[in-house]
Write a protein that binds this ligand. Structure first.
Ligand code: FES
Length: 163
């Protein structure tokens, strides 16, 4: 199995300059910090993702720690870049396949990008439990309550009647 140049370059750059790639942590007790952690059942690797949010629920900074293979670490840093500046609603639209495509992950390593998508789901669950304290409103942008303009898709219910 050959890694793409993108994975190798990114992985080596993270090892040489972890701060540049947002490796680290925020205090999980801070009101504006959401924390998510997930493990990959296939291999036991783990990613911890932390988002720092502003009052408009925009992701102003991100930190992560990943215990895993080169693909998982490269995927983590790619995901961090994709998340910065997004709202929580926009962040939910980033999928593991987007990360895998950006890094040209080989098929056998596709599961390594799943950690990133799973960790944002976990972080946003954590955010949902903290946001009211931080923002002072119970209206959630998570889920279907407040999708960003142009992203709302409504599926018509289908009913089948047999006579
Ligand atoms: Fe476990 Fe890549 S082999 S995340």
């Amino acid at each position: 199995m050959a890694y793409s140049t993108k994975v190798v370059d990114r992985f080596e750059d993270v090892l040489n300059n972890p701060e540049k790639h947002a490796v680290g942590r925020f205090d999980p007790k801070d009101a504006d910090v959401a924390t998510g952690m997930t493990g990959a059942p296939a291999c036991g690797d783990v990613m911890k993702l932390q988002l720092k949010l502003d009052k408009n629920e925009k992701i102003v900074d991100v930190k992560f720690k990943t215990y895993g293979c080169g693909s998982a670490i490269a995927s983590s840093t790619m995901f961090v870049e994709m998340l910065k500046g997004k709202t929580v609603a926009e962040a939910q639209l980033i999928k593991d396949k987007d990360i895998a495509a950006a890094l040209e992950l080989p098929p056998i390593k596709l599961h390594c990008s799943v950690l990133a998508e799973a960790s944002i789901k976990d972080a946003l669950k954590n955010w949902d439990s903290k946001r009211e304290e931080f923002i002072g409103s119970s209206d959630s942008m998570i889920g279907h309550n407040n999708p960003p303009a142009g992203l709302l898709q409504i599926e018509e219910p289908t009913t089948t009647v047999e006579i």
